[in-house]
Design a protein around this ligand. Sequence first.
Ligand code: TTP
Ligand code: MG
Ligand code: MG
Length: 485
Amino acid sequence: MILHIDMDAFFAAIEQRDNPKLRNKPIIVAGNSKRSVVSTASYEARQFGIHSAMPVFQAKQKCPQVIIVPGNRHKYAAESKRIMEVISGFSPLVEQASIDEAYVDVKGCEKLFGPPEAMAEKIRGAIFNKIFLTCSIGIAPVKFLAKIASDMDKPNGITLIPKHKMEAFIADLPIEKVPGIGKQAMKKMAVLQILTLGDINKYDITLLNKKFGKMGTRLYQLAHGIDENRVETQYSRKSISSETTLSRDISDYKSASNVLLALSQRVGRDLRKKKMICRNVSIKIKFSDFTQITRSKKNDSWICSSAAIFNEALSLYKKVILKKKIRLLGLGVSHLSDQNTPVQMELLWHPEGKAKKQWESVDMAVDSIEEKFGSNMVKKASLNIPKQGEKKMSPITCMKVIIKGRVQGVFFRVETQKAARGFNLTGYVKNCPNGSVEAVFQGDEAGVKKMLEWCHTGPPVARVDHVLPESTKLPQGCDTFDIRY
Ligand code: TTP
Ligand code: MG
Ligand code: MG
């Protein structure tokens, strides 16, 4: 069984806890400018119909006596960390899913804490006793149902969906409650007369795929109570990858290996930042006709240096027989493990490893320089493109970027906006119905490049799994960088 823990009115509850004058009062946490929106509302304010993402002026109309409290992200992030520590005391299988929520796989915990309901009760109690905040917990056999369940008895409630009630629950579950169903998908649902998740079963998978693309298969599975997503702890994250759509299609070895080198450095840096090592390296090649191939290899030993990743990637690339030009190159590492696991340290000290060890030291030095002074301070010699070449490039670049992972939510979009404006870019960012985020960035090439790098990391708490950039035309009417709804 899986638990999904979600704090109640998180930011507002922290403010009420820390200031007795705010307790039992309608408060919102929000900025104070004309364009500010509510990040969250206390449960007292919700009684007036106020909710997250509502413009502040509207909240004031609904409840003139509402108290506006400016947010303090650092404080909320620190509280989030403390809460995660409390939860981690119950199980090693914890996945933080946003600033105020986490999944816990209760596997192996029964002996210590009893059945999942008892464990949920204990976690709720521990959070209240140590942090003085309430949370709500959903318990279900799969992740998506646990998340839905945690929202069913808010605040301070525990909801269980046992296995034998899953089918009936799915049959009645309003389709808009399913994570990832946005406005566009809802329109299609209405046409197909799908009102509940159970109604999905009226259609076969081929039709669902035709209507909803990739989401079709996921919907089909969810309607059958299947959710392949597991609780992913920090260390079991499946892969780290990066890809680049090239400014022009290429077919020569030198250009391709330069791109792979840059990708290896990026992926290697992310890997080392997470204090992990990997076993698998894979490459992805998208051709000019948009067909694509992937090649992957399991390494004999654990690696984490950019040089080792590059060598693996290059040997995969050399085996590909090119018949078409390349428009995109991607590189990923998977089969990850914690750098500090003793057995793996032994492998890191493998006899072949003197050169390898040296590269790791070089990488660590470069990583710390970049940490201090920003990325791209140090590059491999072969990546330094001559200045002449740079001059030829168009000064204004426009990129459309699809960002996948735990990226939806106002927080991510606001942070994206801040970063984009910081790089003097215009464009927009918006949520997509399939759970990803789409952004268009336009501005000078250096700014767009920096923004793409930012996209790969994202703000703290959000989790970026994939960044898919492609060149696009300038969107009309983008004089600033806006959040679109
Ligand atoms: P949520 O868990 O979605 O909401 P909540 O904790 O405030 O209320 P609930 O009891 O319904 O769970 O989000 C957690 C925090 O994230 C929230 O307190 C503030 C922030 N947030 C935003 O800044 N903007 C948003 O649009 C949302 C939904 C949340
Ligand atoms: Mg919450
Ligand atoms: Mg939440």
